[in-house]
Each structure stands twice: as structure tokens, then as C-alpha cells.
Design a protein around this ligand. Structure first.
Ligand code: GAR
Length: 207
């Protein structure tokens, strides 16, 4: 019986959350999971470089090269299914996936969002934008959320959250960095480790 859950990570940008996952795998925190596949939907994403450096099978799959969203998702599905992936992690993946895609992998896709859902989330709130909105609204606390992905943008079941203080004089970039350091890079690997343990236990019929 396979002793590790097989993880695919989907990325679009710098890949610091992917790096946190790679580091957690190397340190043994994710002891029941293995990242077997990284898919970047952007040609220039540094995340893909991080994955290659870590020796992980990496593919750049763009909408443009595959005739739009449907073609893009079809290629992703083929890759994911042919590698027997158990868990899909959206780690800085900045495109909304279709209802067909998320229902195909029900309860098997998780996402990290850079705010405390239900604040500053949903369509259009990605990357730096939740931090701009948080500063504009004047909140004193923000944070990050790990959640399951369903057909509603940022609407799936919440798995973990961590609050981070907003400080006097914060810019969106400073706040983004603090939320990453104090929340995202911590809660995402822990959530992945926990889900992988559960997947392996279930597979081995111990619960
Ligand atoms: C992270 O802050 C992540 O939470 C956010 O994009 C950034 C990617 O950074 N994701 C979203 O906004 C998803 N809606 P990274 O590429 O360095 O991990």
C-alpha cells in the first residue's frame, strides 16, 4: 500500500508558498506526502524554477497555448490523473478553476488565500489585492486562510486560519510579506501534512 499521498501543486507566481511546501517536505514535516507534480499557468513564473531546482516534475500549461480555459484544464486533468494525484494544492495559483474541474476533484483541492475569509476574498481578490483592500478598509488584523476549493471563489470549507496584525505605516507590499511570513508559510504546510496523514490512514483502512 502506498505510504505517501501524492501531491500536485498549481502555481502562477513567485512560488514562496511552494517553497514552504518543498522545505516542509525536506524537513520531514510533510512525512506522509510527496510533491510529484507542479503545474504553472504562467511561462515566467519563478515558482516553476523552484520546482525544477527541487527535482520535481514541472509543466508550464497556459490557456493561450491550449485554446482557452477548457483546453488548459483538460491538459491539467490529464497530467494530474495520469500521476495518480491524491491532493491538489493551489499555492499562489491566480486563476479561477471551472465548476467542472473542481467538482471532478471534490474535497481534493485546497487553496491558500491571503486574508481572513470571509473578508477580502472572492472574485478579483488575489495576490496583492486583498492587502490593498485591507489597508483601505483600515482593519487592524488580517491574515491567511487555507480552505477547500469548491465552485464558489474562496467559498469552500475553511481548514485553517491565522491572524496577523496590521501595523502603522504598512504598505500593501509590507503587509503582504508579513502575512506570508507569519501566516501563509506556516499554516499551508501544516494543513497539507495533516490532510496527507488522513489520506494515507484512510487508504490503509485504519479509520
Ligand atoms: C500568496 O500571497 C497567496 O496567498 C496568494 O498569492 C500569493 C502568491 O505568492 N494567492 C491568492 O491570492 C489566491 N487567491 P507565492 O507565489 O510567492 O506563493
Amino acid at each position: 500500500m502506498a505510504d505517501k499521498a501524492r501531491i500536485a501543486v498549481m502555481v502562477s507566481g513567485g512560488g514562496t508558498n511552494l517553497q514552504a511546501l518543498i522545505d516542509a517536505q525536506n524537513s520531514g514535516l510533510i512525512e506522509k506526502g510527496e510533491i510529484v507534480l507542479v503545474i504553472s499557468n504562467r511561462e515566467e513564473a519563478y515558482a516553476a524554477e523552484r520546482a525544477r531546482k527541487a527535482g520535481i516534475e514541472t509543466h508550464v500549461v497556459t490557456r493561450k497555448a491550449n485554446g482557452g480555459q477548457e483546453g488548459f484544464e483538460k491538459v491539467c486533468m490529464e497530467l494530474i490523473d495520469s500521476r495518480d494525484v491524491d491532493l491538489i494544492v493551489l499555492a499562489g495559483f491566480l486563476t479561477i478553476l471551472s465548476k467542472d474541474f473542481v467538482t471532478h476533484y471534490e474535497h481534493r483541492i485546497i487553496n491558500i488565500h491571503p486574508a481572513l475569509i470571509p473578508s477580502f476574498c472572492g472574485d478579483g481578490f488575489y495576490g496583492i489585492k486583498p492587502h490593498i483592500a485591507a489597508l483601505e478598509r483600515g482593519v487592524k488584523v488580517t491574515g491567511a486562510t487555507v480552505h477547500y476549493v469548491n465552485e464558489i471563489a474562496d467559498g469552500g470549507e475553511i481548514i485553517a486560519q491565522k491572524a496577523v496584525n496590521v501595523e502603522e505605516g504598512d504598505t500593501p507590499e509590507i503587509l503582504q510579506r508579513r502575512v506570508m511570513e507569519q501566516a501563509e508559510w506556516l499554516i499551508l504546510p501544516v494543513a497539507v501534512a495533516k490532510i496527507c496523514r488522513r489520506i494515507v490512514k484512510e487508504r490503509n483502512g485504519r479509520i
